[in-house]
Design a protein around this ligand. Structure first.
Ligand SMILES: *Cc1c(COP(=O)(O)O)cnc(C)c1O
Length: 456
């Protein structure tokens, strides 16, 4: 193909920002299974979901049929402060690897939250504000989501209460300060402020907390406060929907140069960035217009897709959230404390789970030392210091490019570079000191958590 010379960065004009999110569920033959009310085990109604989430977001959560959903102008205006994000051709990495493959990445770290999380934070805060709420509560693990939400809430004048997983609160004090700078109230979880938190503290004295536990605390806090709702940074279908700006922009950038990826790779924690990146391409595949290979990359210490089961499970430790059918390790599964690479959530987006179950997407798990090796290699040639989460995708992109070197195939690889790793220097330090280990849970450990799952 006689392509125009492709620049290092393919920029889109502000006017080319997507005006609608793409809802891949509309094109899925097998829809994701409905959320269930944890008390009645019946599918959640709009009314029930609206008690926890903002009404408009609850509506988006339940919408399996509308393919395109308008992005409100106020959200577009906010997006303009840091979007469109360029699509970068990793020429330097290609050269270092000596591969005939073309490697592209979509970088989402160009904002203070340092990740893609802001794409959904502003949407969720906007709908909360529009509903006349006073504030929102949430959980944060590594801290990117809490930061993103704090930024969005500050912009719109909403109160923001963040329950931050305790080990992260202690390991990343500056993350906390960023959130406080944006006016958020940050509490280490488990705390003594909620019933769930007090119970977990009593049951597991000295616990370092977990995402599942922080979610339960945030939900309880929202339900106890007049004019507050709970918002979540990943896993939910509404979050995946908002993140489709990533994939839509990537698609538009490729089109400018008549290019098309063969393989699309993303890291998978709760699945929102990967889902957002692949959705528009998956839509083409589902409609029979094009074919792509999609690869989800997860840590081998928390392998929900590759070693979990597809079943209804709790989204949180306290079992207050709706039940979701997903690939899961069980809500009581805790990744080893030596795992520093993020992506620690036990479950997975129900949309991605269904696509994976239908064989439309594949998944791989990678060890954290390999992930940090890939991060270091990438940082040294491409300049950007990647988040450990993002580096899972880098690792598999490099693997695929090296495969091309062996076979001589000139495949085009796209991966999601979700963010920067400036607040992960404790993990980088362990890697640089050569004291980072790999932990792979045994079949017995995984079975134990899966056996504790609800039987539905
Ligand atoms: C939160 C986060 C992820 C993982 O979350 P998903 O919902 O799976 O996208 C990946 N990378 C970064 C930088 C993050 O902050």
């Amino acid at each position: 193909m006689a392509n125009k010379e492709i620049p290092y960065k393919i920029y889109l004009e502000e006017s080319e920002l997507p005006r609608q999110w793409y809802n891949v569920r509309a094109d899925m033959k097998n829809k994701p299974a409905p959320l269930l009310n944890p008390k009645t085990l019946q599918p959640c109604t709009l009314e029930e979901l609206s008690a926890v989430f903002c009404t408009e977001l609850a509506r988006q959560e339940l919408d399996d049929t509308t393919p395109y959903i308008d992005i409100p102008d106020e959200i577009i205006d906010f997006y303009k402060m840091y979007r469109p994000a360029p699509l970068t051709r990793a020429y330097c990495l290609e050269k270092a690897l000596g591969t005939p493959a073309k490697i592209y990445y979509k970088f989402e770290g160009n904002n203070t939250s340092g990740s893609h999380k802001l794409n959904s934070a502003i949407a969720q805060a906007y709908y909360a504000k529009k509903q006349g709420l006073k504030g929102v509560t949430t959980e944060t693990g590594a801290g990117q989501w809490g930061t993103a939400l704090s930024m969005a809430c500050a912009y719109l004048g909403l109160d923001c209460k963040v329950f931050m997983v305790k080990c992260s609160y202690e390991q990343k004090p500056f993350r906390r300060e960023v959130m406080r700078t944006y006016g958020a109230n940050v509490t280490p979880s488990p705390s003594m402020l909620t019933e769930v938190g007090r119970k977990i503290n009593e049951q597991f004295p000295g616990t370092n907390g977990s995402l599942g536990c922080a979610i339960s605390e945030a939900v309880e806090a929202a339900s106890n406060l007049e004019g507050y709702r709970y918002v979540l940074g990943s896993v939910l279908s509404q979050v995946l929907l908002h993140q489709t700006v990533i994939g839509l922009e990537a698609q538009a950038a490729f089109r400018k140069y008549d290019e098309k990826p063969d393989i699309i790779i993303g890291c998978a924690g709760g699945g929102s960035n990967l889902g957002g990146l692949i959705s528009p391409f998956m839509g083409e595949k589902l409609r029979g217009e094009a074919d792509y290979e999609f690869i989800a990359v997860e840590p081998s210490s928390c392998p929900s897709l590759t070693r979990g089961i597809y079943a209804y499970d709790y989204c949180d430790t306290g079992a207050v959230c709706p039940l979701q059918k997903m690939y899961t390790l069980g809500s009581t599964f805790m990744p080893a404390s030596s795992h520093a690479g993020g992506l620690r959530y036990h479950g997975m987006s129900s949309v991605l789970s269904q696509l994976y179950d239908d064989g439309l997407m594949t998944a791989r798990s990678v060890k954290q030392t390999e992930v940090f090796e890939a991060a270091q290699q990438f940082a040294r040639v491409e300049g950007i210091l990647p988040a450990p989460e993002s580096s899972h995708a880098i690792k598999v992109a490099i693997d695929e490019a090296l495969k091309c070197k062996e076979t001589g195939e000139e495949k085009t690889i796209l991966f999601g570079l979700t963010g920067t790793g400036y607040f992960d220097m404790y993990a980088y330090q362990k890697f640089n000191d050569g004291v980072m280990g790999d932990y792979i849970p045994t079949d017995e450990e995984i079975k134990e958590a899966i056996d504790r799952m609800p039987k539905i």
